[in-house]
Design a protein around this ligand. Structure first.
Ligand SMILES: [Zn+2]
Length: 610
């Protein structure tokens, strides 16, 4: 296969991608004893059942059975095929990897990936081009002066590769064409636009300061362009449209650069605009990220949840910002994250506040003095209400109690109830009574919905139990096969082409035969990487780490095979008994007798030990 990655390179990348480091890039792990634990990213859960063994360089989830090594972890979490995961890890480990992915490896992985690859390359080129114009040409001077005046440092302009798009109509379009990019694809990437009248192309961004928007791996996937003169009719900021590589609902600006600081500080500052993030950077706040012109989504939260448990929301101080902050705080709180909210005064946004008050005041007064979640929700509930009016008072109490119920400790509840009482002149006892009633209603509601949920899960449990003994035998047999090529050869020599009952084990077995034909040695790490199916990887990893008895391996293997064979015969007998009854019902006595004979034969087989 042309373009195949050599085995020793795969081995090198695997050995230099420590599993704890790799997984920590995506989620939070805590060391307990010899292993690390965290919330499984592959199934929703509140208690950590995802465990990572540094010693064995594997991960395993007790909840959903997911498992593998550092390479398959990246495959699973990024939903990418093996070669792509390898490229990612090689970059991470700083190992040069020149892959010309063979065409079948590429089509196998993802038919659109070539187009997306082109889009990313074009963006990388545009970043360099715009940045060069800003830093090194006369055309870029006014923009550079403006940025420096606004407080940007040269270092920051370099780090974030900020650039300048000249006011001409087609500078970039011409360059992209000259570089051999397909202009239709480039139009899909958002960099250029096709004119409807004559089908020609022109640049989307003209006369704008260009801020590259990077994905979490640091690759530019979009731009935001700021106009230099705000007196015209054009919008102040122009963002790339939604494209195959830029999904606003998923991107968190600066996550690539903030990740290390987020992990270190164990918290993240969530902002509304990328300009705010850049301003916060100048204040020495490096763990800030921002959504890109969209409100917070579940996908954003999933990304944050993998990294931290604590989020500080720092949105604009105006009304819209305040409402958006409330919505974001609630969503994060509902996802069991610890939420605080930094509130800006005088309807300012973080960038404006920093320019007015300086970086130190921003850090001391805003970032380091956030409001606790409930305190913020009370503040929000109080807005625009007049406690002279009964309606406003009742609504305020209701809103705050909704937040309080079920979420707080008794002391917190007591504290906030006193505060509501002080705000409204209603007795703490009356407020407590109302909270109790509200909580009771909620419990009833929860019980009702739980009752609905419980029935199917019980069914699942009994199903699991039924297949236990055979499953164990199959798993143990597979374990021996994974560690010793000879076991597979022996089984095949005996003419047993289907040594397993369950289809998923058979599927693994068939692939294992193919693997041994190619590699001629046992290496389950390598084997699990060539499996495209995450379900099959689960089965392999489960088997790879169960206890085998290497001393009495042969005896164990024979036992397993006997048990599986016995079970197979039992299943055959069950089927025959069913057929026999059918035959009797149809008064086909001769046939029923034949079947009975067959059953006796099978039963004898079982008792004589096959
Ligand atoms: Zn899981």
């Amino acid at each position: 296969m042309a373009g195949k990655i050599p085995e020793h390179v795969i081995e090198q990348i695997r050995s230099q991608s420590d599993i704890v480091d790799v997984i920590s890039d995506y989620m939070q792990l805590t060391k307990r004893g010899r292993n690390y634990f965290g919330l499984c990213p592959f199934h929703g859960e509140q208690t950590p059942s995802f465990s990572v063994s540094q010693e064995k360089q594997i991960f395993h989830c007790f909840g959903c059975g997911a498992g593998g090594n550092s390479i398959t972890f990246v495959m699973d979490i990024e939903h990418i095929p093996f070669p792509d995961a390898l490229v990612k890890l090689s970059q991470r480990a700083g190992i040069p990897l020149e892959v010309e992915l063979s065409s079948d490896q590429q089509t196998q992985s993802n038919p659109v990936s070539k187009k997306e690859q082109q889009m990313r390359e074009a963006h990388a080129f545009a970043v360099e081009f715009y940045h060069h114009i800003l830093m090194n040409t006369e055309d870029g001077e006014p923009a550079l002066d403006y940025l420096l005046e606004r407080g940007f440092t040269r270092e920051q302009i370099e780090t974030h590769q900020i650039g300048w798009a000249m006011p001409n109509w087609d500078t970039l379009s011409i360059l992209l064409e000259r570089k051999g990019f397909d202009l239709e694809e480039m139009a899909d990437s958002g960099l250029i636009i096709q004119k409807e009248s004559d089908g020609s192309y022109f640049d989307r961004f003209r006369g704008r300061i260009m801020f590259p928007i990077r994905d979490e791996n640091g690759k530019t996937i979009a731009f935001s362009g700021r106009i230099l003169n705000t007196d015209g009719e054009d919008a102040k900021y122009l963002n790339s449209p939604e494209t195959p590589i830029f999904h606003k609902s998923q991107v968190l600006y600066n996550l690539d650069k903030a990740r290390a600081s987020i992990r270190k500080s164990r918290q993240v500052i969530l902002m509304e605009g990328f300009i705010d993030v850049l301003a916060a950077n100048r204040a020495g706040v490096y763990n800030a990220v921002a959504t890109m012109g969209t409100s917070l989504t579940a996908q954003h939260i999933t990304k944050l949840k993998r990294l931290v448990q604590q989020v500080t929301v720092c949105y604009d101080g105006d009304n819209a910002g305040f409402e958006a902050a409330k919505r974001a705080a609630q969503m994060l709180h509902d996802e069991q994250l610890k939420v605080e909210v930094s509130v800006l005064p005088d309807k300012l946004d973080p960038d404006e506040y920093i320019r007015l008050n300086g970086v130190e005041v921003f850090k001391d007064q805003i970032i380091e003095k956030p409001h606790a979640y409930i305190a913020f929700m009370m503040m929000h509930a109080k807005r625009g209400k007049n406690f002279q009016f009964e309606n406003d008072t009742l609504q305020y109490i209701q809103e705050v109690l909704e937040t309080l119920k079920g979420n707080t400790s008794p002391t917190e509840r007591d504290l906030y109830i006193r505060q509501i009482a002080a705000d409204t002149n209603i007795s703490p006892e009356a407020i407590s009574a109302q909270l109790r009633k509200l909580s009771a209603d909620t419990v009833k509601e929860q019980k009702r919905s739980q009752a609905v949920l419980q029935t199917p899960s019980n069914e699942l449990v009994t199903k699991e139990r039924k297949r236990d003994a055979t499953d164990r035998a199959e798993r143990l047999l597979l374990a021996h096969m994974l560690h010793d090529v000879n076991v597979v050869n022996k089984v095949l020599k005996n003419g047993n082409n289907e040594p397993f009952i369950h289809e998923e084990y058979l599927a693994v077995f068939i692939r294992l035969i193919g693997f041994y034909e190619e590699y001629e040695m046992a290496d389950f790490h390598r084997f699990v990487e060539v499996l495209n199916d995450a379900e099959l990887r689960k089965i392999v990893m489960e088997a790879a780490y169960i206890d085998r008895d290497p001393e009495h391996g042969d005896a164990e293997i024979t036992d397993c095979m006997r048990h599986i064979e016995k079970r197979r015969l039992e299943l055959q007998i069950e089927q025959l008994i069913h057929k026999q009854k059918e035959a009797e019902k149809m008064h086909e006595h001769r046939r029923a007798l034949e079947i009975a004979q067959e059953i006796i034969g099978l039963k004898r087989k079982i008792t004589t030990g096959i």
